[in-house]
Write a protein that binds this ligand. Structure first.
Ligand SMILES: Nc1nc2c(ncn2[C@@H]2O[C@H](COP(=O)(O)OP(=O)(O)O)[C@@H](O)[C@H]2O)c(=O)[nH]1
Ligand SMILES: [Mg+2]
Length: 207
């Protein structure tokens, strides 16, 4: 099998020419308890692939190292194989985060939209930026303001967070309000990320 590694600003898509498969790595990243595992579970359920998702959890149901799963889509010429991870947000396991991010092609940055969590979101973003350095500005990213369903709670707005993130890139950062608990906004987030990674791609169906 012939495999090419396409290094592009830290990205590493794998093109398998023989089987016409493009392999891409996507990571859900963000502070602990922001909703990464819940978002990923919704996605796998949506595509009827929940049996493909594996989590390494503590007895408290929290992600120890990462969640991992594979989603495959049929394309007209090439098929797409997505390796999906969620990095642990728990600081005790922070040393596993760079390994989860290695070779990533696109990131969904999951924030807790409750105002009291603003600083934790910003901290997580800064850490993410540090891992990539110069390569950060061409990384496809969609940021979610999750838990938007929570009522009677003061929420972070896009302008609150933008002023803190200091994200100086040619392309504006995309924000989507999500409710991972019922799936609202999750598919939109996923589709937008795929579009940022492959501007020309049309996905047909999962395989
Ligand atoms: N109300 C509400 N709760 C959420 C939402 N997303 C996640 N949660 C809850 O927040 C907690 C942490 O979620 P989890 O996905 O484990 O966070 P992770 O640490 O980022 O993987 C769990 O109790 C979830 O049920 C959401 O959109 N709305
Ligand atoms: Mg988790």
């Amino acid at each position: 099998m012939e495999i090419n590694y396409n290094q592009c600003g830290g990205k590493r898509m794998i093109f398998d020419y023989e089987n016409k498969v493009i392999q891409v790595k996507i990571v859900f990243y963000g502070p602990a308890m922001s909703g990464k595992t819940t978002s990923m579970k919704f996605l796998f359920n949506y595509f009827n692939k929940s049996e493909n998702m594996h989590s390494i959890e503590s007895s408290m149901g929290r992600t120890l190292f990462f969640d991992f799963g594979v989603l495959e889509f049929k394309g007209s010429v090439w098929d797409l194989k997505l390796l999906v991870y969620s990095a642990t947000g728990q600081d005790f396991y922070a040393s596993t985060r760079p390994a989860t991010l290695r070779g990533v092609d696109g990131i969904i940055f999951v924030m807790d939209s409750q105002k009291e969590h603003l600083q934790r979101n910003v901290q997580s973003w800064r850490e993410l930026k540090l891992f990539f350095g110069e390569n950060f500005h061409d990384m496809p990213i969609v940021a979610t303001l999750n838990k938007y369903d929570k009522e009677n709670i003061s929420k972070i707005t896009q302008s609150d967070i933008l002023s803190k993130l200091n994200h100086k890139t040619s392309k504006p950062l995309n924000f989507i309000k999500t409710e991972a608990i019922n799936g609202k906004g999750i598919l939109e987030t996923f589709q937008l990320l795929i579009q940022l990674i492959f501007p020309e791609l049309i996905l047909e169906k999962t395989i």
